[in-house]
Design a protein around this ligand. Structure first.
Ligand code: ATP
Length: 239
């Protein structure tokens, strides 16, 4: 079910600014959990929007299982802010992403993210962490096979971020998706990803491409710390 991604951007620029990407290539294997790191402004969120087919203004090709991104099934997308529609309940926010799902399946997804019983609540009645969980449920409803996550834990306190990472690890194990996780935090990559790509420069190039080959479920704290140390060093970019 999990698709492979094939990115070959000839050029992506905004207006007359220097290009964000020029002759940029990246292949993501089916079922891969790819963490995308790099300094602020390098183009990580822009790349996610291109992958989602939301932004079509570029030259080149981006294919999801061989289908152009803007014609492929919509991925599940988690934005930096939860972006729930405030006038819909949590359950209806999930259903809006996949109307054919039906209320029992929407409830099951909310149960899966720890929001059992909160389906009728409106976003304003949910804490920030709960809204992120609802956004994850909505993404799974849209497409459990391909998830694009843009800093899903940003601005959560450390305990809540750890809880969300553990939840995401469980969802990955249950759904086996392909995933691109944009993050500025090496901890996210060290705990969740099986591959980490660090972008640097303008136009952005792949500065480092690290295989995190110890399976996620088998990583102990020492292994996580070792991956985090290596990623922190790489995330500093070229000397
Ligand atoms: N719609 C837009 N119009 C014009 N410029 C844009 C637009 N979206 C992004 N940019 C510019 O493109 C560059 C890359 O932005 P992007 O948000 O992709 O970076 P990022 O790596 O995700 O950064 P951060 O880690 O801070 O979220 C920035 O210089 C930004 O100002």
């Amino acid at each position: 079910m999990a698709p492979g991604l094939s990115i070959a951007i000839a050029e992506k620029r905004f207006g007359s600014a220097p290009p964000l990407f020029s002759d940029f290539r990246l292949e993501v294997a089916p079922g891969s959990i790819l963490a995308l790191l790099g300094p602020s402004g390098i183009g990580k969120s822009s790349l996610l929007r291109l992958l989602a087919g939301i932004d079509r203004d570029f030259s080149g090709t981006i294919a999801i299982d061989g289908v152009a991104a803007d014609r492929a099934p919509m991925p599940g997308f988690v934005f930096q802010d939860a972006r729930l529609l405030p006038w819909l309940s949590a359950r209806d926010n999930v259903l809006l992403a996949a109307p054919a799902l039906g209320a029992p399946a929407a409830k099951a997804l909310l149960d899966q993210v720890g929001l059992g019983g909160r389906g009728p609540d409106f976003p304003a009645q949910l804490s920030g962490g709960m809204q992120r969980r609802a956004a994850l449920a909505r993404a799974l409803a849209a497409n459990p096979g391909l998830l694009l996550l843009d800093e899903p834990f940003v601005s959560l306190d450390a305990a809540l971020a750890a809880e969300m990472r553990a939840l995401l690890a469980r969802l990955i194990a249950a759904n086996q998706p392909s995933m691109v996780l944009v993050t500025h935090d090496a901890e996210d990559a060290a705990r969740l990803a099986d591959r980490a790509v660090v972008l640097a420069g303008r136009p952005a190039a792949i500065f480092a491409d690290l295989a995190l080959s110890v399976p996620q479920a088998e990583r102990d704290e020492a292994q996580v710390a070792e991956y985090r140390r290596r990623l922190d060093a790489l995330a500093k970019g070229p000397a």
